[in-house]
Design a protein around this ligand. Sequence first.
Ligand code: UDP
Length: 355
Amino acid sequence: MRICVVSYHSSPLEPVGSGKSGGMSIVLRSLYQRLARFANVDIFVHGHELITKMGQRIRVIQMQKPQAHAFSEGILNYHTIRGYDLVHTHYWLSGIIGLQLKQLLKIPWLHTLHTVEVLKTIPKDKTRIGIEEEIIRSCDLVVSPTEQEARAIKALYPDAKAIAVPHGVDTWQFRPSQDGHKNILFVGRIDPIKGIHLLIDALRFVKQDINLTVVGGPSKGAGNFDEIKTYAAGLPVDFVGQVRHEELADYYKEAAMLVVPSFYESFGLVGLEAMASARPVIGFLHTGLRETVSDEAGVLVKIGVRNLARAIEGLARDNQLRHRLGNSGRRKALLYDWSNIAHKYKDIYEKIIQE
Ligand code: UDP
């Protein structure tokens, strides 16, 4: 099997946790490195002309072609030599390339949105909504990380084909250890959509002796990062900045729980990382955490500062509950190990090629 992956706006080789590089880079790295056991994978990204091997049968091909049309022509050149069996585009900017490749390559096209503009609960970009609709209607299959998102897409666009395949976690890297009982952890890009100011407000109501560690670098400009730091002045909050993904497991180890106060989260990889580390997760019910975390592995509440504060206090006070949720989270996370998820993709890819 020869797979053409398009990730126009972010490369799986970039460090994650700040700027525009987050969960999607982890998904691309983790999934395709495992799929490369069964397939040859070329991942096309925008950047200085460069080809980097990420493993035996997997390459990241950077092309310096800012226009969608030229970028698609570039992929066509590789296709004439490699003969790809399918193309999988990630994020709407790559979906634009997908619309062009559909005409050029005439092979099955899968698309993953990663975030769906029309489903966001913050001001939406109308142009992007229109483009995402065209992509959803034109591709052969939309792959969503949750059933909830796949259902929402089918409800909005009844002729769309959408299935759910969850993202995964490296259950070897993220492992259980003794609970660091005073420490609350936040992991993510410091972007307004991640709701970190809600968590800081919640801390003002928490009576227990706890402290918060914030892992992640600025995403929407340094201004926002500095504002958040100022906002948290006087509270027991430690901003450690961006941490290399390979070193992140230690932060989960030191934590009693992870809090994900995002307004919108299509999946929430960090929730799964906490589960694999046997740490309970606090977050909002309406987000993608609902399917992975659910009430088996954490406490999900209706959006609100007081609700967050109550959930944090409840877990901080109750060692037994933390351990029970942590252990059941670990058990559930094992089902989401990336090797299992890669097998699901292998089956889906093989099926769509045969159809
Ligand atoms: N991450 C990291 N270092 C950091 C901050 C985040 O490695 O300093 C990783 C984190 O472990 C997770 C990803 O970035 O795998 C964030 O994914 P998530 O789905 O939570 O959020 P997104 O960035 O996709 O909105």
